[in-house]
Design a protein around this ligand. Structure first.
Ligand code: HEC
Length: 188
């Protein structure tokens, strides 16, 4: 093959990379998105947990359900604005109907989360970067509202039924996979 044709092949290859208008992530970029996703989801987790623990302390577990009902999504959104990222918590047994797993990409990601139980990033067709991370029921506190129905206090069950008539998020055991974080980063 002559020099020119090698040049042409290389050129073609470069065009091929870009026909879909996407800039694929370099290893460095992947690492920094992983780190960023990891950091933000940890911060979110801590923020939600300290809020729910405080609510339980101050008003009991029934009040804390009410508190989550009012504040879980706004807290998520305020952290999201701070970090310029769209944040969701999704589950196959969701409590809040907004947290359902329904898009093809999310269904695929959930299968992967269940199998691999680690965090990862994907590049969406439109070029957006999405970070997923498993959420485990790692603490006893969680069981007060997601454990077996017999374990959950009546005052909490009442509020759960009232606020979430379609609730699917009970019956878990300590350590179970509960759902996943989904962080969609703003356009690059
Ligand atoms: C005081 C009760 C309470 C406790 C304790 C609690 N949760 Fe929840 N959880 C809720 C409520 C209420 C929602 C729905 C929030 C909303 O409306 O967005 C929820 C939603 C979630 C969701 C989002 C998916 C869905 O089902 O809508 C995940 C994931 C989750 N909880 C995990 C946990 C984990 C992990 C813990 C322990 C660290 C925990 N929860 C502790 C009440 C609780």
């Amino acid at each position: 093959m002559g020099r020119l044709s090698i040049f042409c092949v290389l050129l073609l290859f470069c065009f091929a990379c870009n026909v879909d208008g996407q800039h694929h992530l370099s290893e460095n970029e992947k690492n920094s998105y992983m780190k960023l996703g990891n950091r933000i989801s940890m911060e979110m987790q801590n923020e939600l947990l300290s809020n729910v623990a405080k609510a339980i302390r101050e008003g009991g577990v029934g009040y804390a359900v009410e508190f989550c009902h009012q504040h879980a999504l706004p807290i998520t959104d305020s952290m999201a604005n701070l970090n310029k990222v769209y944040i969701q918590r999704l589950s196959d047994k969701n409590r809040n109907p907004d947290n359902v797993i329904q898009t093809n990409a999310d269904i695929e990601a959930w299968e992967r989360v269940k199998k691999e139980k680690v965090d990862f990033i994907i590049e969406e067709e439109k070029g957006k970067v999405v970070y997923y991370r498993p959420i485990l029921l790692a603490m006893k506190t969680c069981m007060q509202c997601h454990g077996k129905v017999e374990e959950i206090k009546e005052e909490a069950l009442q509020v759960i039924h009232e606020k979430y008539p379609e609730d699917k998020a009970t019956g878990y055991e300590l350590g179970d996979l509960r759902g996943m974080w989904k962080l969609t980063f703003a356009d690059r």
